[in-house]
Design a protein around this ligand. Sequence first.
Ligand code: PLP
Length: 395
Amino acid sequence: MFKSDYATLARPAILPDSSNRSGLPAFASVGDVLRAYEGDDAIFVLYPKKIAAAARTFLNGFPGKVMYAVKANPHPTVLKTLWTAGVRHFDVASTREVDLVKAIAPSAKLFFMHPVKSRAAIRHAYAEGVRDFSFDCIDELHKILEETGYPGDLNLHVRLALPKGDAVMPLSGKFGADRSEAVDLLTSARPHVAMLGMTFHVGSQCLNTDDYGRALAWAREIADDAGVKIDSIDCGGGFPVAYPGMSPRPMSNYFSAIKEALAVHGFEDIQVLGEPGRALCAQGGSTLARVELRKGTDLYLNDGSYGSLFDAAQCAWKFPVKLHRSAPREADNNTAFRFFGPTCDSLDVMEGPFELPGDVEEGDWIEICHLGAYGQALASRFNGFFSETTVAVMS
Ligand SMILES: *Cc1c(COP(=O)(O)O)cnc(C)c1O
């Protein structure tokens, strides 16, 4: 999509190899990306430095091992950047995620934390060296033990359902054992495992730091009821990002709330895990979408709900936006816009409202920010609209 011979361009220049370890075409700025681009699709931008910074925040502050939930953004550059920053644990949910992480970071420690797995996926993961699996019912426990041949070296994590908390997207509706089931599962699994753990997910984009403490208190009660040795506690994901209209407290508040609750509930001397997805990569990615048509305050873009803007459409999230004008113009006052995506489907609408300078016109590009998690990762090929162009911006 980019001119193959960058040397023929006076400006912009692709950055020299020394500053570009991402494996992607890398540019100094979004303006440089747009000036070089000759394609007709949206562009996904990764900011490796922001991803590395988010990783450092967790590695330095989270009171346990940091495990990246690969589903948030499985792009190889994201995985490489996290690995280089020091993330060694990865939460995978499918055979393809196992293979992807293995190919990029062969010595990464993988945890298969999807509570429902195919038998083939269990066999494959075990053969690839995965020893950590989660489950939330007795049939799944039997499946894991049968497919791995009762090896005695498994680390199994019982996924707990939680009483409802304050997450924007609850995740206990689909998975998780209730209190009495969890007690039975812990006692059934104990004789077969090397390590026995509990895991939960407070829900994605969790806005209340107390939810983690409540979940840990719940886990303590279950462990006491079961009366078996517990070796690991996994606090799951859910760590939030500041999208417009949502102002989570600083990540350090989450870390200290968790640290305190681990101590109060007697978990501080066992393995502690956390599975951030969104919080490691959301701010490290954005989408550049071009305005194909303007009708009043409606902008028709070349990316939408079937591309990277699923959450902007389905959940009406107001991602931060920036205008990149196709040609210099006088700045204008802000106006509230609605976005439409490129497909013919009437669900392909992002209500916003998105505040942009009032002079937006066809050919301008809009950068929709904080889309590094659950953005590009969700894009489909519906109606022939998709993008295969990802770039790194090194600022
Ligand atoms: C999706 C998921 C995560 C990551 O959640 P975030 O809200 O993005 O942090 C972690 N663990 C499990 C089991 C998940 O399904």
